[in-house]
Ligand binder design. Structure first.
Ligand code: B12
Ligand code: SF4
Length: 642
């Protein structure tokens, strides 16, 4: 029977696996609706472990939005660890949802959220465990429609063979549109089978159906053209943008995980989009324009969320939270409201700015001042101009010193290595900065026990950014630069021990690069890697670089291209990029000019506070920057003891 629970068959297996609690469901605020009461059934999957997937804000939002509809239900599924996967195969139990333990194969839609490309092998594993054909064209109308969403879906070409559709942009409204289409098609007796359903979906704004677009390649291996093969699908697919965030105050009742997770607090998204213009940041580019939630909207989400979850900490999230036009007032009024309770407030990593220390001081009023995180991203002022993240060394040292002087003991600084035009010297300046920070911090605080951690990630060029044309630095270059940096930090005996250094080696970044800027030919590499055991590629203990390089060499050779071609090769202006037919709103010429500005170390301002510089997003999408101040303030609210 469709929608029946697999739990009786699953339960005996759970005793044999690690952390069985992650497969149980029943979290606070989880929902189970009767299968037969609704017309459309969604399985929403985060293709990583429960502990990473559960706190994902995007999936939590869609889960609630869909379950609020009387004609739909949504249940969640996460990647199962290899120990359970083996048992599921042995006992013929399929990929399941954690809510009512229904078979994913029974659902009408399988929506998969890709925040990162490293989840692609887990998609194949889930499809296979679910008993679904891996390739979209082998599926028929009895199978769920597999839809990818999330930021990686802005270039879904590497997984084009495996998904039926990809959704670009904000999901709140489009999941409703998809539900309407599926519902009508089912009610009409599924006319035209799966192809007709997909054709109807392809006419929904923001929905891209890869099979309706043919890709041809030139003799140089690059794409010659991407052409729609039906007259009723758009030549370019645009993105969806929610215009008024206050109208979408989700999640209203956030899920509280049963097992340990990466994010043990409640989150309220205070605005979406970012126009700071950091050239490496795909999230900032593709979520433009800035749309703020109002101070009153934020206040009621914080209150409602705390009541619904019992959490004692709230993160005020966005891509650059301190940039909310009323952040000072938000921080003060929330701190006033929760003063004397156990509720803590926090901001994620912020720009280097002394005002952000003031904000953090306000939010931590009465609480513990453990750690503050800043993201200068580049070691030298020169490279910071290239990436458009302007902050001077003096600003950085001043900001961090203010923090130490204010009682913060630990400062974390985020950097990237492998940025375009970068030299060893740019990276080595990270050590100079850290040393200076500790020196000045000791002086300002009068303490010797302060610490500074530098956390360094390898840069991966992403689609829809000015760096989409850049050659990625090789794994060897990244590893060599980081080795030099470590030596330099360790060499300074006076402060070396106060500085921690965290980094990953360069190899996973190359695979992420292949998957980020790949085209449909990369699908064969993903499939081979999965067939050879590749899973959980975001986890160092599961990642095998050799498996990827061998598969890439073998599967790409027939096309005359290779791993380097997709990663370390710089693209020319006239090259057709695999995602050119997917429209993030950004004008390709503007992106190119910004890339040229990067090379000549020229910066652009933030269009929130300066005139529009025509990146293209607002006119393309009929949107505009939405910022305050609103002039409103939070209503007095009595917080009863938590
Ligand atoms: C901003 C951000 C943060 C912020 C805020 C997080 C947040 N808002 O939830 C902060 C700094 C707090 C943070 C912390 C961390 N983050 Co973070 N973060 C991000 C980032 C850049 C954007 C996430 C975001 O804005 N979400 C807001 C929601 C509303 O947007 P959304 O998820 O994109 O979903 C919308 C649409 O995309 C769409 N959609 C999404 N899925 C689907 C599916 C379908 C079918 C459809 C139709 C639509 C759709 O609809 C949604 C609603 O509009 C992502 C990268 C990325 N590209 O997504 C990394 C990312 C999610 N973070 C990551 C990590 C590792 C972390 C940390 C664990 C880091 C750490 N070690 O502490 C913590 C844990 C926090 C957590 N898990 O929630 C990883 C996750 C890796 C993985 N294996 O999945 C990512 C992918 C970055 C990366 N590439 O490494 N993060
Ligand atoms: S179109 Fe103009 S105002 Fe809108 S995000 Fe781009 S630069 Fe800013």
């Amino acid at each position: 029977m469709n929608g029946a629970s697999l739990y009786p068959r699953l339960e005996p297996l759970l005793a044999q696996v690690q952390k069985p609690i992650q497969y149980i469901g029943g979290e606070l605020n989880a929902q189970v609706k009767a299968w037969d009461d609704v017309a459309v059934h969604w399985a929403l999957m985060y293709p990583d472990a429960y502990e990473v997937g559960l706190p994902n804000q995007g999936l939590m939002i869609l889960y609630e939005v869909l379950n609020e509809r009387p004609d739909a239900l949504a249940e969640r599924s996460y990647a199962v660890w290899p120990d359970l996967a083996a048992l599921l195969r042995e006992h013929g139990v399929g990929q399941f949802t954690v809510d009512a333990h229904r078979a994913v194969a029974d659902f009408d839609v399988l929506g998969v959220s890709f925040a990162t490309e490293l989840g692609y092998t887990n998609l194949l594993e889930a499809l296979d465990l679910a008993g679904l054909p891996l390739h979209a064209h082998q599926r028929d109308e009895t199978h769920p429609v597999v839809i990818a969403g999330g930021h990686a879906a802005f270039n879904p070409e590497p997984i084009a063979d495996f998904v039926d559709a990809a959704v670009l942009g904000d999901g709140e409204q489009v999941v409703g549109d998809v539900t309407d289409v599926v519902k009508a098609w089912k009610a009409q007796g599924r006319p035209g089978g799966r192809v007709e359903l997909l054709a109807r979906l392809a006419r929904v704004d923001g929905v891209y159906v890869p099979r309706f677009y043919a890709v041809s390649y030139g003799a140089d291996g690059a794409i010659a053209a991407v052409t729609p093969i039906r007259s009723d699908v758009p030549a370019r697919v645009g993105k969806r943008t929610v215009l008024d965030l206050d109208e979408w105050p989700y999640p209203k009742t956030p899920l509280v995980p049963l097992a340990e997770s990466v994010h043990e607090r409640m989150s309220v998204e205070i605005f979406r989009g970012c126009t700071r213009g950091c050239r490496f940041c795909q999230a900032g580019m593709i979520t433009r324009p800035v749309r703020e939630r109002t101070i009153t909207g934020i206040g009621s989400m914080v209150d409602q969320g705390l009541r619904a979850t019992g959490y004692e900490e709230v993160g005020l999230l966005s891509l650059s939270s301190a940039d909310h036009s009323e952040i000072g007032q938000i921080a003060k009024e929330l701190a006033d409201r929760y003063e004397g309770t156990n509720t803590g407030l926090s901001l994620p990593s912020t720009r280097v700015d002394a005002f952000n220390v003031t904000l953090a001081d306000e939010l931590s009023r009465g609480g513990r001042r453990s750690g503050l995180t800043f993201a200068p991203e580049g070691g030298s002022e020169r490279i910071r101009r290239v990436i458009n993240k302007t902050v001077s060394k003096d600003d950085l040292v001043r900001t961090v010193t203010t923090a130490y002087a204010g009682g913060w003991q630990q400062v974390k600084l985020y950097f990237m290595c492998g940025l375009p035009t970068e030299t060893d010297e740019d990276v080595l300046e990270i050590a100079d900065l850290a040393v200076e920070v500790i020196r000045a911090g000791r002086e300002a605080s009068g303490r010797k026990d302060i610490r500074c951690t530098v956390s360094i990630g390898g840069f991966v060029p992403k689609p829809h950014t000015p760096f989409q044309w850049a050659g990625q630095a090789s794994a060897e270059t990244i590893d060599a630069r980081l080795r030099l940096l470590r030596q330099k930090i360790n060499a300074d005996k006076r402060v070396g021990r106060s500085i921690g250094m965290r980094y990953h080696d360069g190899q996973p970044g190359i695979v992420e690069g292949l998957l980020s800027r790949g085209d449909r030919r990369v699908g064969r590499v993903i499939e081979r890697v999965w067939r050879e055991g590749g899973r959980f590629d975001g986890w160092s203990e599961h990642f095998s670089y050799a498996r990827w390089t061998t598969a890439a060499a073998r599967e790409l050779a027939p096309f005359g291209v290779d791993l380097d071609w997709f990663t370390t090769r710089e693209r020319t202006q006239d090259e057709v990029l695999p995602w050119d037919h997917l429209d993030s709103g950004l004008d390709k010429e503007w992106l190119w000019d910004d890339w040229q500005d990067a090379l000549s170390e020229e910066e652009v301002a933030d269009c929130r506070w300066t005139p529009c510089y025509d990146c293209g997003v607002c006119p393309t999408n009929g949107t505009e920057i939405q910022i305050g101040p609103t002039g409103r303030s939070l209503l007095p609210l009595t917080v009863v003891g938590r």
